[in-house]
Design a protein around this ligand. Structure first.
Ligand code: NAG
Ligand code: NAG
Ligand code: NAG
Length: 302
């Protein structure tokens, strides 16, 4: 064939047909490679997580202390926290309350457990400031089938952003750690004096210490968050303390100097007592952003 002569239409077609098997096999190999990569490596997680190549670096149990009768709040919080969990941390969320007291609770909560498996019922009698936090931490080593690196106690009127929370814990020590929002409001010293009950984290060794030491066992009556700080001080524990301000705070206007405006780098917003406050938070943090418009959803705003 004369190389200078333009290839005829017929010849072009023949050329394409003769290359077809080659092209198909190249395509198959490419698909195979991409599929394998995406299955075996976490590189395909969203871009801001590429610094965290090994999948589960630590585990965190978040116990949301609530009451058995708060069905609506549990339903709502399951929706809030069902949306996303960071790929580099194992985060389990459980609703924690004391002994059931009504026949209907035994039925309805059994249904919840069957469906969601996210309930812990402690052996205590529901009462403010009467040792529920002590019962929570001190029971965990006995009742859990696994230990965690960290255990959090959270209120049921706090909005936690799990990804920023996990990112903030990732570089911290895994032991002797006490993390949260230090009280009093204006304090910037994590040792002065204790972490707010809105949500604080203890490393597992401190949970085991609470379960075994006389110091907390003898001192369970009073404001729960303050007590935890007192136990740790008395036991000379928690040499690693981190107060995460301004990322944790009370909802604007609800609690003096513990409150400030919503900010993008938020980990926890506390004192969400009313729906308008929850709605403002959900909007501000784009919680429902991934929802796609559809003819099925008449009248939803996008
Ligand atoms: C909780 O319930 C169990 C089983 O009914 C009972 O044995 C226990 O005494 C109760 N604890 C409290 C603190 O009421
Ligand atoms: C706790 O209380 C018991 C009994 O009252 C007492 O014997 C023990 O010394 C106390 N322990 C601490 C650490 O206060
Ligand atoms: C929410 O989305 C808007 C629009 O995309 C963006 O400008 C804003 O920064 C987002 N807010 C947060 C807290 O990520």
């Amino acid at each position: 064939m004369n190389p200078d002569k333009p290839v005829s239409k017929m010849n072009q077609k023949r050329l394409v047909f003769s290359m077809l098997p080659l092209m198909v096999s190249a395509l198959l190999i490419a698909i195979f490679v991409v599929f394998n990569l995406s299955v075996k490596t976490p590189l395909f997680y969203s871009s801001n997580l590429q610094n965290h190549p090994s999948p589960k670096q630590f585990s965190l149990l978040i116990g949301i202390l609530t009451r058995a009768d708060n069905y609506d709040r549990r339903h709502f919080l399951r929706l809030i926290y069902g949306i996303k969990s960071p790929p580099f941390a194992q985060i389990d969320i459980k609703f924690v309350f004391c002994n059931l007291t009504k026949q209907e609770q035994r039925v309805l909560i059994s249904l919840e457990i069957l469906r969601f498996n996210d309930v812990i019922i402690l052996n205590c009698f529901e009462n403010m400031n009467n040792g529920k936090t002590y019962t929570y931490f001190s029971s965990l080593p006995q009742i859990l089938s696994q230990s965690y690196d960290y255990v959090m106690k959270a209120d049921d009127d706090v909005f936690l952003r799990l990804l920023p929370l996990a990112l903030s814990l990732q570089p911290l020590p895994r032991s002797d750690l006490y993390y949260g929002f230090v009280i009093p409001c204006q304090s910037m010293n994590p040792f002065v004096s204790y972490m707010s009950g809105m949500g604080f984290v203890l490393s597992w060794d401190l949970v085991e210490w609470i379960a075994s030491s006389d110091i907390p066992r003898n001192d369970t009556f009073g404001p729960e968050d303050k007590l935890v700080g007192r136990w740790l001080n008395a036991g000379r524990k928690a040499r690693n303390r981190f107060s995460n301000k301004p990322a944790m705070y009370d909802y604007p206007g609800t609690n003096g100097r513990c409150s400030h405006e919503l900010i993008p780098d938020t980990i926890a917003v506390h004192r969400l007592k009313r729906w308008d406050q929850w709605l403002a938070v959900i909007r501000y943090f784009n919680v429902t952003k991934e929802l796609k418009a559809s003819k099925l959803y008449h009248g939803l705003d996008f």
